[in-house]
Design a protein around this ligand. Structure first.
Ligand code: CP
Ligand code: NVA
Length: 309
C-alpha cells in the first residue's frame, strides 16, 4: 500500500480534504449516500480500545457496518500487547488480517508507532494529546448552524487537553476564530499552538486567556470538556479547585452572543464543567454533536480505505 493515509491528528488531512469529508458526512447523514455493499465491503476494521468509550467505539462500529464492513473490537488487555508484545509487532500482524486499525490509548507516541509499522490506515480514536475524530464531528455540528466558518467565534472553556488541542488545529485549518479560556498551568501545549498559528490564515484569531468571561465574550459557540480526563483521576481534587470559575453556566452563557449554542464532547459531569441547567437547556446541542460522530467517521473511514487501496 503505497499511498497509505492515516488520521492521527487533524493536519493529516488538508483543508480541502476536511471540507470534502464534511460534505460527505452531511450526505451520509441525509441519506444521500448509502453504505450498502460499499467502500468497506468484505473488509474488516480492528477497534483497539485501551481506555473506556461509549460514543467513539459504538459510532465506529455502526459506521463500519453501514459501509458494509466487519468490525473487530479488542480491549488492550485481551491482546498480547497487554503482556508486553511490542506495538510494532502487533501492528505488523494486524495489518496481515484487517484493512484498517482504529486505536484509543494513552500515549500519542504509541499510536504514531502503530501507524509507522502498519501497512493499513490507522485512526486515532483519542490519545492523551489529541482527539481528531471528535474535532471533525464538531466542525460538522458547527457548519450545520453556520456554513461560513470564518464568521464563527468558538470559545473553549476548561482544560487545554486532547479535545482542546484537536479543536484548535481544526479551527485553524478552516479559518474559524477560537478563544481558549483555561486556568493558568492548564493551557494547551505550545507545540499545538505553534502548529495552529502556522496553519491559520488569521493567526490572531487564536487566543488563550485565563479569564473565562473574556474567552466567552461574543462567542457563537461555547464548548467545554471534563476537568479531569481519563488517566488523571489522582489529580481530580486539585483540578476541582483550579477549575472553579471555569464552568459553562447561565452567567457565562450570558457573555456570549444572544443566540450562542453550547457544545460538549461528552461524557459530561453536570455541576462541574457545565451546569445542569445549561447542559439540559434549549441552547445545548450536545446530542446533535454526539450523533455527528457517526456521520463524520463514516465519511472518514470510507475516505481512508479508498485513498489507501
Ligand atoms: N466524546 C467521546 O469520545 O466519547 P467516548 O469517550 O464515549 O468515546
Ligand atoms: N478529555 C477527555 C475526553 C473524553 C472523550 C478524556 O480524555 O478523558
Amino acid at each position: 500500500m503505497h499511498n497509505k493515509r492515516d488520521f492521527l491528528t487533524i493536519p493529516d488531512l488538508d483543508a480541502l480534504e476536511v471540507i470534502d469529508l464534511l460534505d460527505k458526512a452531511a450526505d451520509y447523514k441525509a441519506g444521500r449516500v448509502r453504505g450498502g455493499a460499499g467502500p468497506l465491503a468484505d473488509k474488516t476494521v480492528a477497534l483497539i480500545f485501551k481506555k473506556p468509550s461509549t460514543r467513539t467505539r459504538v459510532s465506529f462500529d455502526v459506521a463500519i457496518n453501514k459501509l458494509g464492513g466487519h468490525s473487530l473490537a479488542l480491549s488492550g488487555a485481551e491482546l498480547q500487547l497487554g503482556r508486553g508484545e511490542t506495538i510494532e509487532d502487533t501492528s505488523r500482524v494486524l495489518s496481515r488480517y484487517v484493512d484498517a486499525i482504529v486505536i484509543r490509548t494513552d500515549e500519542h507516541d504509541e499510536v504514531a508507532r502503530l501507524a509507522a509499522s502498519a501497512s493499513v490506515p490507522v485512526v486515532n480514536a483519542l490519545t492523551d494529546d489529541f482527539h481528531p475524530c471528535q474535532a471533525l464531528a464538531d466542525l460538522l455540528t458547527i457548519r450545520e448552524r453556520q456554513a461560513d466558518f470564518s464568521k464563527v467565534r468558538l470559545a473553549y472553556i476548561g482544560d487545554g487537553n486532547n479535545v482542546c488541542h484537536s479543536l484548535i488545529l481544526a479551527a485553524a485549518m478552516v479559518d474559524m476564530e477560537i478563544a481558549i479560556g483555561c486556568p493558568k498551568g492548564y493551557e494547551p501545549s505550545r507545540a499545538v499552538l505553534t502548529t495552529a498559528v502556522e496553519l491559520a490564515k488569521r493567526p490572531e484569531s487564536i487566543t488563550v486567556t485565563d479569564d473565562p468571561a473574556q474567552a466567552a465574550a461574543g462567542a457563537d459557540f461555547l464548548y467545554t470538556d471534563v476537568w479531569t480526563s481519563m488517566g488523571q483521576d489522582d489529580e481530580s481534587r486539585e483540578r476541582h479547585e483550579r477549575f472553579a470559575g471555569f464552568q459553562i453556566d447561565t452567567a457565562l452563557l450570558g457573555r456570549a452572543k444572544d443566540d450562542a449554542l453550547v457544545m460538549h464532547c461528552l461524557p459530561a459531569y453536570r455541576g462541574e464543567e457545565i451546569s445542569a441547567e445549561v447542559m439540559d437547556g434549549p441552547r445545548s446541542i450536545v446530542f446533535d454533536q454526539a450523533e455527528n460522530r457517526l456521520h463524520a467517521q463514516t465519511a472518514l473511514l470510507a475516505f481512508l480505505v479508498e485513498a489507501s487501496s
